[in-house]
Each structure stands twice: as structure tokens, then as C-alpha cells.
Design a protein around this ligand. Sequence first.
Ligand SMILES: Cc1cc2nc3c(=O)[nH]c(=O)nc-3n(C[C@H](O)[C@H](O)[C@H](O)COP(=O)(O)OP(=O)(O)OC[C@H]3O[C@@H](n4cnc5c(N)ncnc54)[C@H](O)[C@@H]3O)c2cc1C
Length: 385
Amino acid sequence: MTAIETDTGATTATAVDPYGPPADEMKWLDIARELAPSFAATAAELDERAELPLDNLRAIQESGLDTAPLGKEFGGGGMSYRTFGPVLAEITKACPATGCIWLMHAGAATTLTSLSPQPVAEFYANEWLGGKRFANALSEPTSGNLFLVPLQSAEPTDGGWVLDGAKRFVSGCEIADHLLVNALVDGAPSFFGTEADETVTPIPIWDTMGMRATRSQLLSFEGSLLRTERRCRAPEPGDQNLIGLGLPWLSLGIARAAYDALVSHAQQRVIPSIDAPLSHMQWVQFDVAEAAVSIRSAEGLAARTMWLADQRSPEAMSAAIDAKLLANQVAKSVAELGVRIGGASGYLRTSSIQRHFRDAQAGGLMAYSVELCRDWIGKSELGVE
Ligand SMILES: Cc1cc2nc3c(=O)[nH]c(=O)nc-3n(C[C@H](O)[C@H](O)[C@H](O)COP(=O)(O)OP(=O)(O)OC[C@H]3O[C@@H](n4cnc5c(N)ncnc54)[C@H](O)[C@@H]3O)c2cc1C
């Protein structure tokens, strides 16, 4: 069973889409839709100033949505992956930086609660429930896209290992209390939970073309202790990764925002030579049809991936690579269509069209990049090792 929105905005159960949010979880989607207008109202301003969306993150926390992805066994909402995806897309459509920081925060926190030994898992669950913030410090200046294969080693010390080095592009790191960090331990990649204490310093490198309000800075680690008891177990087949599953939805949220902006412009901009809005031109109709169907296809693939994840299927993570590749490409091509339909009006800084175009580039750069996804899928299809 799933649910659809009625004319009055209320939700009603239907049996049409097994890959969509279960009916009893529609409340989470309703909350995201209630929050979205105020997020959308400040997105351009925050982007311009590259300022963290603190009010939005607070509102997510106060609404109860923040810990909805935490398992019920820990006192969380136990939200399914099928609901998490559309909720994330709704938030991202309104404010992409808020969506990105929330995904990284919830992703780091779910990894630490699911892969840490007890009582550490319980500790992280309580920190999350208590409003503490998490960030993912995985990418290294050297390892780039292969962020799960760190090149920096942590050296043995009393009580664990010590890390000297740097992680970069850590979304929301300036407000994080806890970090999910990885390093080589005895030559093997290992994940740890660690505090963002005085040994960890943000270096302000984040002055980007898009996703500016994520403030994904470089973090310097100087003698940071990675404690033995905070070491995560290795992921096993069937373990799901919220960030990998969520990344397609980040691009889908941006694609939807870009699509809405271009449709609105096409409906309003009157072209004197035909004495009608742009929407009456055939090339616009054809391209909008392609854009609409490509978004629906990418949403379908991403929704099926979330269903696989809810089944604890070992196939979910490879399905997420397919879904990410398609969603990243769709977001970029829809945003580019927006620039064509927008003309010079859409090129103005005051237009949201140019912002969507800038934001749409990020998904394909974020690990695993479009090129890496294509490399893996292509090799697998062709039977190349
Ligand atoms: C908005 C945003 C938010 C982010 N947030 C976080 C975060 O919270 N935490 C975090 O840890 N990281 C984060 N990242 C980092 C991200 O996940 C990637 O690790 C990072 O973008 C890789 O950048 P790079 O410059 O090192 O790319 P590189 O890996 O140097 O890639 C450069 C080019 O080489 C290509 N390439 C690289 N390796 C291969 C290969 N093996 N085969 C084929 N082509 C290849 C890439 O596709 C790309 O075209 C974020 C990035 C962005 C843009």
C-alpha cells in the first residue's frame, strides 16, 4: 500500500505503487511538504552568501523528521528507505544545501548506530536524539572519488590510533559534533566515530559555483584520537548505506526544482513573433516531454532501489549506482534545458534557473562520480574485470 495526495492536499492510501512510501509513513512526506515553502524562500539568499541553512536544519529537528531514519529499537522513527528518498527530494527541491547537509548528517549517524559495537551504537543514537549533529569526513585530498579506499594511515597509540591528515568537502562540518571518519589501520580501510574536538580544524576552502550553502570545507586532523571502542565493524552484504541510497534523490530534488522553473518560464514568457507563450513552440513541447519522462524514469529507478534496500537486498547498493548515474545525468540535462528556455532572463543572477544549473553539476561530481559509475557499469555489462 502506498498513498497519493488529494486535491485538498490530504493523503489517501492506494495500492498502486509498491516502491513508494507506505501509507502509514505519509506523515513524514507531509512534514517535508509543510517545511518546503519556507526553505525555498531563503535558498537563493543562503546560496549567494554561502551561509549554512541553520534555521532549516533546526526546523527539521523540531518537526521530528531529523531522527525519523533512526531505527525504532533506538527510539527513532524507523522510517523506510522508500519514504526517505522522496522526503529528501522534497527538501532538496526547496533548498539543495539543506538536503545535502541533512543526507550527510543522517547518513553518518545511521552508519555509526548500525556499525558501531554496543554500547557505542546506543551512545550515538542518544546523541542524535538529543540534537547533536553529524558529518561525513571521508573524502581525502589524494584519494578523490575513491573515498572508501583512504590513503591516510592512522598510527597505533594508547587506546586506539592517531590520525594526522586532512579530509575535504565535508558538508556541514562547521556545526558537527561527531564525525564519521575513515583511515588505514594496519593497511586496511577502517571507519570510526570521532568527536569534532579541538584537534579537528575546518579550513575555509568552500567558495564554489553551486551548493554554496553546504559549506563543505577541508578538515585538518592533528593528532586526533580514533578510539578502539569507536571502530565500526566492516559492512556486510545486506547492510545498507543511507548516503549511497540518498544521493540519487539529491539530484532528483534539483531536477524537479529546475523543471518547475522552466515550465513556469515557458508558460509566462510571451514570444512576440507567435503572439503566444514559449510553451506553444514545438521544440519546447518536445524537449519538455523528454525532460518530464526522464525525471519520471529516474524517480522510478531510484524508488525501486529504495524498495530493494527495505528488503535488505544485497543488490540495493549496485542498483543505487545505476540510479545515481541516471539521476545525476537527468538533473544536468533538465537544468541545461532550463537555461535554453530561460534565455538571457534565466541567465540573470536574480533567476532561479541559473542557480539550478549550478547546483545540478554537483551530483555528478560527488562520489561516485558519473564517470566512475559509467566505468563500473560498462565493465560489468561487457564482462571486463
Ligand atoms: C556538494 C558536495 C558535497 C560533498 N560532501 C561531502 C561530505 O559531506 N563528505 C565527504 O567525505 N565528501 C563530500 N564531498 C566529496 C565527494 O563525495 C567526492 O569525494 C569529491 O567530489 C571528489 O572530488 P575530487 O576533486 O577529489 O575528484 P577526483 O576524484 O579527483 O575526480 C576528478 C575527475 O576524475 C574522474 N575520476 C576520478 N577517479 C576516476 C576513476 N577511477 N575512473 C574514472 N574517472 C575517474 C572523476 O569522474 C572526475 O571527472 C562532497 C562533494 C560535493 C561536490
